[in-house]
Write a protein that binds this ligand. Structure first.
Ligand code: PRX
Length: 607
């Protein structure tokens, strides 16, 4: 464990209490001159950051969204229905490019009618307010329609990433006691393999495919919606009623269900305007899958609440295909992630110049540290600074950002948004001065803050362990101008290519393999993916190691958990370091891997 000593800072009583580790490549306080890039989009929505920061409070934003009588609200009404009467009825809501590169368009009216039909069908199946309805689809238009329909009838939408395997599905569907899932014929076999373990799952709705192949309590999406009226009154929800439930990984145990509510739409709406800077004629592409929070909030609710045309691309990643999307649809605002940008950088400048990207006016990145080198490269090839910003599944909206109206500091996540008070504190919750490393915390009260962890109060309370602060689990420092700099996670959570992966989930999947007796999993720094997953395993008695065996263990994890959550590296050990209570010491595994000092090992079972 490496103790990082912030340079040039007084060692006050507070700083001595927080020991922060940083892995190689992570940013540390710099004392020298900082690089800044000043290139602001023309006429951004938010012009004066300082003024807004001093005067704004969230009550002022309530009028930006539509309310029903008695203080009731519906996020889906705000995303879609209100555009039936504000002149956007025939505006394209979704440009969807499918896996064969075919483009289809849905207007706001199309989304309105289709989501009404599905909402009616779900109601007829008996879905009620508060029921959990999960969406397990690739990026097809029905994914967007479905999410809106679920919210319209007051059920809770459960987004699922299409790369999830049976283990990942089971964890989420069992914990939430989901009653309905909407999927397609390609993904359905993964569900079928665990169906017996899901007693609460009453119905499966299948988009596309052969109706005659459907089994008991399985319905064709098309047959259901075709039989329904396109008129539906949105359920009038209390602002604190749940909107969506998204599972995310922590350091221990299975993924936890983060509960967000209809009131979140205020935060979605305002941050989309400020950070993404979306304006009426923008063509906006968020590359994140709606199975992740970025894709749900900034791929659906935020932009649609602002009445903006959204791009969805189902195809695979490669530089030419992605640049084609921008070129073909004349994308103006592009929200993507560091790993994708690093891969695009690797694909070379020529790939950029083979296409016209002149439509782009604003580029943003989120989800993992964005290297200054990539920002500089972006300036060179796109002629635009890449605007990094920070938030989490739990925060439900962007909280810290390099806003369009402020100079970009490459390597920094930016400054807190108006209405958001972020700080760096020690473990006692005492605020640290600029330049000191500590825990990144936020004052509770922003509109999209998580409201609970699904049936897990203990976990929820951990985020608020010191009154007055939400603990993000990230370590950071702040500079004299109030820009925040990410240092690393305070726990063992792995961030691989922007995907948050809990080591426990991977370890559980590994030990399901008959040849694996024990497993310990860590994130190993990687130039392209930020981190890769590395597993240390102990083989079961009598099993002999071979390349084929390692490959079969890797494949098993990939199939059961998810394509992004398998260990790229597997190392066989005779034993794993454990505490006396039997917990695998991942920090020690990491220290071994990185050649760092092992620190205090006095609690080790075997030294
Ligand atoms: O560690 C931080 C990292 O991603 C985590 C949140 O992951 P998730 O809940 O999946 O949300 C993704 C939506 C943004 C954070 O705790 N992270 C997020 N943004 C950044 C980041 N790390 C460095 N720089 C960022 N801009």
């Amino acid at each position: 464990m490496k103790l990082v000593d912030p340079p040039g800072k007084a060692k006050g009583k507070s700083s001595a209490k927080t020991e922060i580790t940083a892995s190689p490549g992570q940013s540390l306080p710099q004392t020298g001159r900082q690089e800044i890039i000043k290139k602001c989009p023309i006429n951004p929505n938010l012009v004066h950051y300082e003024k807004a920061y001093q005067t704004f409070d969230w009550d002022q934003a309530r009028g930006e969204v539509d309310w029903f009588a008695g203080g009731k609200i519906n996020a889906a009404y705000n995303a879609v229905d209100r555009h039936m009467s504000d002149g956007r009825r025939n505006k394209v809501a979704l440009y969807a490019i499918d896996s064969r590169n075919k483009l289809s368009k849905l207007t706001f009216q199309d989304v309105y009618e289709q989501s009404n039909k599905l909402g009616n069908a779900l109601k007829k199946l008996g879905v009620e307010k508060g029921d959990r309805v999960f969406v397990f689809l690739p990026r097809v238009p029905e994914l967007y329609v479905t999410t809106v329909a679920i919210a319209k009838i007051g059920a809770i939408a459960g987004p699922l990433f299409s790369a999830f395997g049976p283990d990942a599905l089971r964890d989420r569907l069992q914990d939430s006691e989901a009653t309905v899932i909407i999927t397609n014929p390609e993904l359905k076999p993964k569900l079928d393999s665990i169906r017996k373990e899901l007693p609460d799952l009453a119905y499966v709705i299948v988009v596309g495919g052969d109706e005659s192949k459907l089994g008991e309590r399985e319905y064709s999406y098309e047959a259901l919606v075709n039989a329904e009226s396109d008129k539906l009154e949105c359920e009038r929800m209390d602002p604190e009623d749940p909107l969506y439930l998204l599972y995310t990984s922590g350091t221990t145990g299975k993924p936890k269900g983060v509960v967000h509510v209809h009131n979140d739409i205020i935060g979605h709406h305002m941050t989309t305007r400020w950070v993404l800077d979306l304006q009426e004629d923008d063509i906006y592409w968020c590359t994140a899958d709606p199975g992740w929070v970025t894709g749900t909030v900034y791929g659906i609710f935020g932009p649609w609440s602002n009445g903006i045309s959204v791009v969805s691309y189902e195809g695979r990643f490669d530089a030419d295909s992605w640049y084609n999307v921008i070129d073909k649809l004349k994308v103006t605002v592009w929200y993507t992630a560091p790993t994708a940008l690093r891969m695009l950088m690797k694909a070379g400048d020529e790939a950029v110049y083979r296409h016209s990207l002149a439509s782009l006016r604003h580029v943003l990145s989120v989800g993992e540290p964005l290297n200054p080198e990539v920002v500089r490269w972006g300036m060179k090839v796109y002629g635009l600074p890449i605007h990094d910003n920070w938030w989490q599944t739990e925060t439900g909206m962007q909280l810290v950002a390099n806003l369009p109206c402020m100079p970009v500091k490459p390597g920094s996540m930016g400054r807190p948004l108006p209405g958001v008070y972020a700080a760096v504190v020690n473990d006692d919750g005492e605020e640290l001065p600029a330049g000191e490393l500590g825990r990144l915390v936020v004052k509770p009260g922003w509109p999209s803050m998580l409201r609970s962890i699904w049936r897990n109060k203990e976990k929820f309370d951990e985020y608020f362990r010191i009154p007055g602060w939400y603990f993000s689990g990230d370590n950071a420092w702040k500079d004299e101008e109030g820009y925040f700099w990410f240092v690393g996670r305070a726990d063992d959570v792995i961030n691989t290519a922007g995907h948050r992966v809990g080591p426990f989930e991977v370890e559980s999947a590994l030990v399901e393999h008959e040849a694996v007796a024990e497993a310990g999993v860590i994130g190993k720094p990687d130039k392209e993916r930020g981190e890769i997953i590395k597993a240390f395993i102990v083989l079961a008695n009598g099993v002999t190691a071979s390349d084929e065996l390692i490959e079969s263990i890797r494949e098993h994890t990939k199939r059961q958990l998810a394509a992004h959550a398998y260990p790229r590296e597997i190392e066989i050990k005779d034993s794993l370091p454990k505490t006396r209570s039997g917990k695998i010491m991942r920090r020690l595994l990491k220290a071994w891997e990185l050649g760092l000092p092992t620190g205090d090992t006095s609690s080790l079972e075997e030294d």
